[in-house]
Design a protein around this ligand. Structure first.
Ligand code: SF4
Ligand code: SF4
Ligand code: FES
Length: 446
């Protein structure tokens, strides 16, 4: 069958332009086979990376029909089927989509482009130095400080080793990094490949730097920089599921740090607490507690003033809070998920450093074939787990419903707290009003 390969070509000096190569291919031909034939038969200057031709070296990553993938893994038949299924969902825009069969020619067109988030060197070859630098930034090596036993290797139980299988499958192809939305907007974010590797280090029973690592990953250059778009999971050719590994890091951070350790932790904990209390978020208090750290961070609170003023001007600043009618059910769901998580033996995150087996622990447990104690700290209120598990099927698990704290002292304290928040906010607002000379201009009132 005839296929048009529309390849985006460029060098560091020239602007990108597309070049179409027609090619007679078999449905079983891989995209890499097709590119090889184009290079050998039509244009020897076409540049792309390749090595193993067997989905193992990670060299041939590129954007194939709009998403990053390995050219030696995808074949013509699969690409056609994929594009047809995409077009079936969006027939009205099919003309602009890759793989479209135009009415005039009826020839399918595949678009091939270099990976994203990395500068192009030539055609489909990108400079992967930032990718390697970001991997290096998470210190992706089992701590050598633990290697103090001269006579024998570090032993692991089969269960301890199994926990490394999924992340160990990463072939560092760059597909996830290429599609990462957080990388596009946050140059500090190390990327999904690095964080998948970071979790592999945290989960490794031989590594003795768990506490240090979790502190290192506890900011927006690390785990909290991920916007959970899911793209890395969907493009990874080795099913490493980087976003899931980032979720594990977040859970471990939440379980070992209190809400003063970072704004991101506060964000998660305050949100879960508020949803438990009122069924949804009390927006009057959310910024006050998270950004203002309950009046501990005055500068943070002041940074909210412009937003608050705009909300006030547009009548969107909530003055009161009504708990949701479904608060009790929501709270029950959260408790059910937390109870299930704390009992679930599946993929337990590693405990704090003190719970990790020492060399002698590891040897002993391996010799006796008894898994070491991997009991995890109490399940923390992770936003990820709550959102992903709040299915109707989870509801019957909970038969015990706690009395709603919407009445009595708890509710009273919440109201007082809310009033303090409002008083603090209004004070800052007035401060802003009197110190900002161009206030009304800035507000757009004159
Ligand atoms: S996590 Fe997957 S997509 Fe990302 S570099 Fe590793 S193998 Fe490639
Ligand atoms: S889920 Fe997170 S790490 Fe993965 S691509 Fe999206 S933003 Fe990047
Ligand atoms: S050539 Fe090695 S993964 Fe494609």
């Amino acid at each position: 069958m005839l296929v048009h390969f529309n390849i985006l070509r460029q060098t560091t000096e020239t602007a990108p332009h597309s070049h179409t190569f027609p090619l007679e291919v078999e449905p079983s031909s891989t995209i890499l086979d097709c590119l090889n034939r184009i290079k050998w038969e039509q244009d020897g200057t076409l540049a792309f990376r390749k090595n193993c031709r067997n989905t193992i070296c990670g060299s041939c990553s590129m954007r194939i029909n709009g998403r990053s993938a390995l050219a030696c893994k995808e074949n013509v038949g699969q690409e056609l089927a994929r594009l047809q299924s995409i077009q079936a969902f969006a027939p009205e825009s099919s003309e602009s989509r890759p793989g479209t069969q135009t009415a005039e020619t009826d020839i399918p067109t595949f678009t091939i482009a270099p990976m994203g988030n990395m500068p192009v060197i030539k055609d489909l070859v990108v400079d992967m130095q930032p990718f390697w630098d970001n991997l290096d930034a998470v210190d992706p090596y089992v701590s050598t400080e633990a290697r103090q036993v001269p006579e024998r290797e570090f032993l692991q139980t089969p269960e301890e080793r199994d926990r490394l299988n999924q992340t160990g499958n990463c072939i560092l192809c760059g597909a996830c990094y290429s599609e990462c939305n957080a990388r596009e907007t946050n140059p500090e974010f190390v990327g999904p490949h690095a964080l998948a590797k970071a979790w592999r280090m945290v989960a490794d029973s031989r590594d003795d730097r768990t506490a240090e690592r979790l502190s290192q990953y506890n900011d927006t250059s690390g785990a909290w920089g991920c916007t959970r778009c899911y793209y890395c999971n969907s493009v990874c050719p080795m099913e490493v599921a980087p976003m899931d590994q980032i979720g594990h890091i977040k859970q471990a951070i939440l379980a070992t740090h209190d809400d003063q350790a970072s704004r991101a932790i506060r964000h998660r904990k305050v949100m879960v607490d508020m949803v438990k209390t009122g069924g949804w978020i009390d927006e009057r208090q959310f910024g006050f507690k998270v950004v203002g750290n309950s009046l501990r961070d005055i500068r943070g609170l002041a940074s909210l003033v412009p937003l608050g003023l705009r909300m006030l001007a547009r009548g969107k600043l909530p003055m009161t809070f009504e708990p949701s009618e479904g608060t009790r059910e929501v709270r029950s769901l959260i408790h059910a998920v937390q109870a299930l998580e704390s009992k679930s033996p599946a993929s337990p995150p590693p405990g704090p450093p003190s719970e990790k087996p020492t060399q002698s622990d590891s040897s002993t447990s391996a010799e006796s074939s008894t898994p070491s104690n991997l009991s995890w700290a109490p399940a923390m209120p992770s936003e990820d787990s709550v959102s992903s598990s709040s299915s109707p099927s989870a509801a019957p698990v909970t038969t015990q419903v706690e009395p709603s704290p919407a009445f009595g002292w708890t509710a009273y304290a919440e109201q007082i707290n809310g009033r303090f928040a409002m008083i603090g906010f209004v004070s800052l607002l007035l401060l802003e009003l009197f110190t900002r000379q161009d206030f009304f201009t800035w507000l757009g009132w004159r």
